[in-house]
Design a protein around this ligand. Structure first.
Ligand SMILES: NC(=O)c1ccc[n+]([C@@H]2O[C@H](COP(=O)([O-])OP(=O)(O)OC[C@H]3O[C@@H](n4cnc5c(N)ncnc54)[C@H](O)[C@@H]3O)[C@@H](O)[C@H]2O)c1
Length: 433
């Protein structure tokens, strides 16, 4: 089946590549020519395991192509996935301007029936606004539908190809039939397709993300109690997570959640609740606890280092989580800025996110980036662990100690074995244990 995907970011590119990989004919529209040539050669501009290989395979077999011509993209197929960004406005609302831009192009160029699919995360009843926008411009038949995406960066190709569920919100039999055809390669493998009304599908996405954020904030709240009472959050998390009704995922205490989804989606949901005069207490508390995690971590840095002026401090991990180069709302941004303000000489290392981080915090006389994690440790007074990349867990602890001026580790992700670090003579601080 022919499919159009608009937007070639984390969601658009993965959606386009995976739908091509299951046999559809996909045209993916990019806004600018930037990185267009890379895509045409099958090189993913974002780091996502398995994505470049999948792109190359489907380019070779002519199942995927890219364009910057919106009119061509819109009239390539009847199913159009909108996968553009929905960031937060200063008021905390979801900024729908990118979605509106795309909808306005669709209504301008469409020459036949279209199924306009919200894959971007949009607030409940956005489909009504989209419908109104298109209706005003054309008499051609169309449907609007919601098909939220649940992939997680770092494992997005796997998540798309092996979904826990595919959620689709429709209100016509025609739209339903198109989705059944699009997702047939998944449903035949037994992956569940949940078909709902459109507002429910729109809410499912926010409800899921807010729940995950709440789970992280909840375990971080429990971690504070562990710290005060001599309990270990590792044992507590394990004991709680072994209950099948709760589950062990998203129960890691530490620096809290970041990234392009959870923070913005919780904020946008709060805004929606306010619009409907509903109580926002639980959501606001989730956000407040999360904000505080970075402060608690930074306090630990201050308490363990006294004066930071002129001291070398090393930070491992810039991405908001492992296996991605995405730094949106990454805790490292605030932490590096604070260290810089305190006059520290900051040395930074991340396996994949340096290029993106440099765009926000460029190298200068106080900030140096390294290609090797051990090189970043020379003469350091403290190592701050900010992202839980596997390669940090597998570090040579003796080498770390040897390279540092004073062996202090502040572990914001509870990566290291606490007893081992103590035995090796580190001053080791972690979260809630
Ligand atoms: N990143 C995730 O893990 C994730 C997971 C699930 C859902 N989502 C949601 O999916 C949406 C997209 O997120 P993302 O992380 O892929 O964002 P992104 O910023 O990585 O990608 C969005 C892309 O859309 C492009 N774009 C904007 N306007 C365009 C236009 N008119 N024509 C063509 N391209 C255009 C931008 O240039 C950008 O490349 C958001 O609503 C997000 O909340 C994201």
């Amino acid at each position: 089946m022919k499919i159009t995907v608009i937007g070639a970011g984390y969601v658009g590119l993965v959606t386009a590549a995976c739908l091509a990989d299951v046999g559809h004919q996909v045209l993916c529209a990019k806004k600018s020519k930037k990185k267009f040539e890379m895509l045409k050669k099958g090189i993913s501009p974002i780091y996502e395991p398995g994505l470049s290989e999948m792109l190359r395979r489907n380019l070779d077999e002519n199942r995927i192509d890219f364009t910057t011509d919106m009119e061509e993209a819109i009239n390539f197929s009847e199913a159009i996935f909108i996968c553009v960004g929905t960031p937060t406005t200063p008021e905390g609302e979801a900024d729908l301007s990118q979605v509106e831009d795309v909808v306005s192009s669709i209504s301008k160029y469409m020459d036949d029936y279209k199924l306009i699919i919200e894959k971007s995360t949009v607030p409940v009843n956005t489909h009504l606004k989209i419908r109104e926008m298109v209706r005003e411009k054309t008499d051609i038949d169309f449907d609007v539908a919601s098909n939220p995406e649940f992939l997680a960066e770092g494992t997005s190709v796997y998540n798309f190809m092996n979904p826990h569920r595919i959620v689709v919100g429709v209100d016509t039999p025609r739209a339903r039939k198109i989705f059944e055809e699009i997702y047939q390669p998944f449903t035949t493998k037994g992956f569940p397709l949940l078909i709902t009304d459109i507002p429910s599908a729109e809410i499912i996405k926010y409800a899921s993300n807010a729940f995950l954020a709440m789970k992280i904030s909840y375990i971080n709240m429990i971690s504070d109690l562990c710290e005060k009472t001599g309990a270990s959050i590792d044992d507590v998390s394990q004991g709680v997570g072994l209950d099948h009704r709760i589950g062990s995922k998203f129960l890691n205490a530490g620096l809290g959640y970041g990234g392009s989804c959870l923070p913005k989606d919780v904020t946008a949901l709060i805004h929606t609740y306010k619009e409907h005069d509903l109580d926002t207490g639980l959501l606001q508390e989730t956000e407040k606890i999360n904000q505080k995690r970075k402060d608690i971590f930074y306090q630990q840095v201050e308490e363990n280092l006294d004066d930071m002026e002129g001291k070398v401090i090393t930070l491992w991990g810039l991405a908001f989580k492992p296996n991605t180069d995405d730094i949106r709302a990454a805790p490292a941004i605030d932490i590096v800025r604070k260290l810089q303000d305190a006059g520290a000489m900051v040395k930074l290392y991340d396996p994949k996110a340096e290029e993106n981080f440099q765009r926000i915090i460029p190298e200068n006389e106080n900030i140096t980036y390294f290609d090797d994690k051990y090189d970043a440790l020379k003469d350091s007074s403290a190592l701050l662990l900010v992202t839980e990349w596997d390669e940090f867990k597998e570090s040579d602890v003796d080498r770390i100690k040897e390279l540092m001026e004073s062996p202090t580790i502040i572990d914001g992700r509870n990566i290291m074995d606490r007893d081992l670090m103590m035995d090796k003579g580190f001053r080791y601080v972690s979260m809630g244990r």
